[in-house]
Design a protein around this ligand. Sequence first.
Ligand code: C5P
Length: 239
Amino acid sequence: MEKLAMLYEGKAKQMFKTARKEELIVHFKDDATAFNGEKKGQIVDKGIINNKITNFFLKMLNQAGIPTHLIKELAARETLVKAVEIIPLEVVVRNTAAGSLAKRLGLPEGTKLERTVIEFYYKNDELGDPLINQSHIELLELATPAEIATLTKLASKINQILSTFLAARQVDLIDFKLEFGKTSAGEIILADEITPDTCRFWDIESREKLDKDRFRRDLGGVEAAYREMYKRITGQKWQ
Ligand code: C5P
């Protein structure tokens, strides 16, 4: 499958058309941004690692009955996916307080949450992706109540599958962000990526951060953390 015109360029990925209108190619870049693009940089080989990890997780989720946009991995940085209409919501799932939740609720980072928290953010660069609730989603007609219920159910199931898999690899899944899309038939499927850019991964014992927070917070060892997650998730040596 050949890449045709670029459809869209985001902070970490490019999307290309293909000869089939129902299929697109995602290209994973090494570019990294944080704080809505205020901080910019590069993480060497991030695109390769994120492509591999996303393929691994989406395949695993597909096998567990979660519908996803994955068709197949094409190259080191490229994957063929189903074209969908992206639902303009970021669905964040949290098991432990960190980042914006720790700040908003005044909980010390690392506090285990008694129940899983699921949040919705409105994907809108101009507004800075604000946290919104179900009433807001319905008001803006971003999703119907039935669709919100489906998103919540899928997010919760994905959390169970990923948390269990990662715990067996000595990784605590602190929180993560998902995006969903709608197929032309109206089915809601998981889209986008699941990577150290979009998840918080902490070593279960040492609580060492193995994700993009190393870049966001200038902690150093960014590339090493991405490679470590590649190894733990795929079980393969890095290159
Ligand atoms: O910053 P915050 O604590 O709200 O992030 C929660 C989770 O969602 C983190 O795992 C972060 O990596 C992810 N996230 C993301 N893209 C965003 C915002 C958050 O992947 N635009």
